[in-house]
Design a protein around this ligand. Structure first.
Ligand code: HEM
Length: 442
C-alpha cells in the first residue's frame, strides 16, 4: 500500500486528539467542581475547549487528512505545511484554554486569532476540495461548509473574548454563547461527521434513485436550519422555534435510516451498532433543543440552565464522542492492516483485521459511553454533581477501553512489531494460496 504524504502529520493530529480526550475526561472524572455548580464558569470553559479544540477538532482534521485523498481524490500539502498548521492549532488551543481557565480575556481572543488563521488554512491543505464542492460533490460540500462554520464560530468566539476584555457592547446573557455553540457544535463538528458518515456508514446517504435531489434538499435544509437557529439566538429573533424545528428535523432525517435499522435489530456490524446508538443521542438532543426553543420546557421539572448543561453533555459525549470512537474502531484497524500487512497478503501469513483489537473492549467502550452519558445527563438535570461526576467516570472508563484498543492497533505501526503467525494464520494462508493457484491455473 502506497504511503500517503500526509503521514506523520496525521499521527500528530490523532495522538494529540487522543491525549486531549484522555486528559479532559480523566480530569473531569476526578475534579467534582466542574459538575457541582453552574456551567457558565471560566474553568469549565477552559476544560470544554481542551475537549472541543483538542479532541473533536484535531481528530476531525486528522481523519480529513486521510479520508480526503482516499474518498475524494484530493491532494494534500507537504508534510512541513501540515505540521506547521498542526502546531499553530495546538498552540492556539492551548493558549485559549489556559487563558480561559484563568478568565484572562486578552489571552483568549489573541489565542483565538491563532486558531482562526489555522482554520482559514484548512481548505488550503486539501487543494481541490473547494472545487469539488462547487462541482456538487456531497462529502466535499459538507466539509467546506463545516470549515466555513468553524471560521464563523471562531470569529464569534474572538469577538466574545474581545468584548469581555474591552467591554464594547452589552449583550443578553447566552445570546452570543448560544450562536457560538451551535455554529461550532452543529456547524463544524456535526457537519463533518455527517459528511464523512456518507462514506463510512453508507446507509445514511440517500439511495441512488433519490440522489442527488433529496441529498441537496437535506443539506440546504440543514444549512438553513443552522443559520436560522444561530441567527435567532444571536439577535433574539422570534424565528427561533422555526429555525430549531427545521434544524432538528434535518438532523433527524440524516440519521433516520441508521436509527430505523437499530430499532428493527437489523444492524450486524458492531461499530455501526454503536454509531446508531450515538445517533439516538442526536435525536434526543434535537428534540430537547426544539423543546427549549418553543419554551415547552416550562412543563418539565428541570430549570432551563440544568437542561442546557445536560444538552451540551449529551451532544459532546453521547453524540460526538460515541460516534467518533465507534467509527474509529471501524477505520483504524483497516488502515493499520493495509499499511502494515497489505503488501504481505498472500505472500506470508498475516493476522485478520479483527485480530488487531479486542472486540470485547469495543463493547465495553460502547456500554461505558452510553451508560455514562445517560448518568451524566441525569445528574445534571437533577442538580446532583456527584451523580454527574460518576457518569463522567463511567464515560472515562469506556474511553480508557477505547484507548487500549487504539494502542493495540497503533503498536503494529509505531513500534514495528513482528507478527508471529499461529496455526490458524497458517491455515488461512495455505487456503488463500490454494485459491490463488486454482484461479491462476483456470
Ligand atoms: C476556534 C476558536 C474558538 C474561540 C475563540 C472560542 C471562544 C469561546 C468563548 C470566548 C466562550 C465563552 C462564551 C461566553 O462567555 O459567553 C466560548 C464558549 C464555548 N465554546 Fe468556544 N471558542 C472556539 C471554538 C469552539 C469550538 C470548536 C467549540 C465546539 C465544537 C466550542 C464550544 C464552546 C462551548 C460549548 C462553550 C460554552 C462552554 C460552557 O458553557 O461551559 N468553541 N468559546
Amino acid at each position: 500500500m502506497k504511503r500517503v504524504r500526509s503521514q506523520g502529520a496525521e499521527e500528530v493530529y490523532v495522538l494529540s486528539a487522543m491525549l486531549s480526550l484522555a486528559g479532559t475526561l480523566g480530569w473531569a472524572s476526578f475534579d467534582g467542581r466542574f459538575w457541582s455548580s453552574h456551567f457558565y464558569r471560566t474553568d469549565l470553559f477552559g476544560l470544554v475547549h481542551v475537549f472541543t479544540l483538542g479532541w473533536l477538532s484535531l481528530i476531525i482534521q486528522g481523519v480529513l487528512l486521510r479520508l480526503a485523498p482516499m474518498v475524494l481524490g484530493t491532494r494534500t500539502r507537504s508534510l512541513r505545511w501540515l505540521l506547521v498548521l498542526a502546531g499553530l492549532w495546538i498552540i492556539g488551543a492551548s493558549g485559549l484554554a489556559s487563558h480561559m481557565f484563568r478568565g484572562e480575556w486578552f489571552g483568549v481572543w489573541t489565542a483565538g486569532l491563532c486558531l482562526w488563521i489555522a482554520a482559514l488554512f484548512i481548505p488550503l491543505s486539501h487543494p481541490g476540495l473547494i472545487k469539488l464542492a462547487i462541482k456538487g460533490d456531497a462529502v466535499a460540500t459538507y466539509a467546506v461548509l463545516g470549515i466555513g462554520h468553524l471560521i464563523l464560530a471562531a470569529s464569534l468566539g474572538i469577538f466574545i473574548g474581545l468584548n469581555k476584555h474591552l467591554g464594547l457592547i452589552a449583550v443578553k446573557p447566552y445570546a452570543l454563547l448560544g450562536a457560538h455553540f451551535h455554529l461550532a457544535e452543529v456547524g463544524w463538528v456535526t457537519f463533518m461527521m455527517l459528511g464523512f458518515g456518507r462514506k463510512l456508514l453508507p446507509i445514511t446517504a440517500p439511495s441512488a434513485e433519490t440522489e442527488p435531489r433529496s441529498s441537496r434538499l437535506r443539506l440546504i435544509g440543514l444549512e438553513l436550519g443552522l443559520v436560522l437557529t444561530a441567527g435567532s439566538l444571536l439577535l433574539g429573533s422570534r424565528l427561533l422555534p422555526v429555525g430549531a424545528s427545521l434544524l432538528a428535523w434535518m438532523l433527524i432525517l440524516h440519521v433516520a435510516p441508521l436509527v430505523r435499522d437499530l430499532l428493527r435489530g437489523r444492524i450486524k456490524d458492531r461499530s455501526t451498532f454503536w454509531a446508531a446508538v450515538a445517533a439516538l443521542f442526536l435525536v434526543l438532543d434535537s428534540l430537547l433543543g426544539v423543546t427549549m426553543a418553543c419554551s415547552l420546557d416550562r412543563w418539565l421539572p428541570w430549570t432551563r440552565d440544568r437542561l442546557l448543561f445536560a444538552y451540551g453533555a449529551i451532544a459532546f459525549l453521547g453524540w460526538n464522542t460515541l460516534t467518533i470512537v465507534s467509527l474509529a474502531l471501524k477505520l483504524f484497524p483497516l488502515w493499520v492492516w493495509q499499511e502494515r500487512f497489505g503488501a504481505d497478503w498472500g505472500v506470508r501469513p498475516v493476522p485478520r483485521v479483527t485480530d488487531l483489537y479486542r472486540p470485547w473492549l469495543r463493547e465495553a467502550t460502547g456500554i461505558g459511553l452510553t451508560l455514562g452519558t445517560l448518568l451524566t445527563a441525569a445528574g445534571l438535570l437533577q442538580g446532583s454533581g456527584a451523580l454527574a461526576q460518576w457518569g463522567v467516570r463511567v464515560v472515562f472508563a469506556g474511553v480508557v477501553c477505547f484507548l487500549v484498543n487504539f494502542v493495540l492497533m497503533a503498536r503494529w505501526e509505531m513500534f514495528d512489531i513482528t507478527f508471529t503467525p499461529g496455526p490458524s494464520d497458517w491455515e488461512r494462508f495455505h487456503a488463500l494460496r490454494r485459491e490463488k493457484d486454482v484461479s491462476s491455473s483456470s
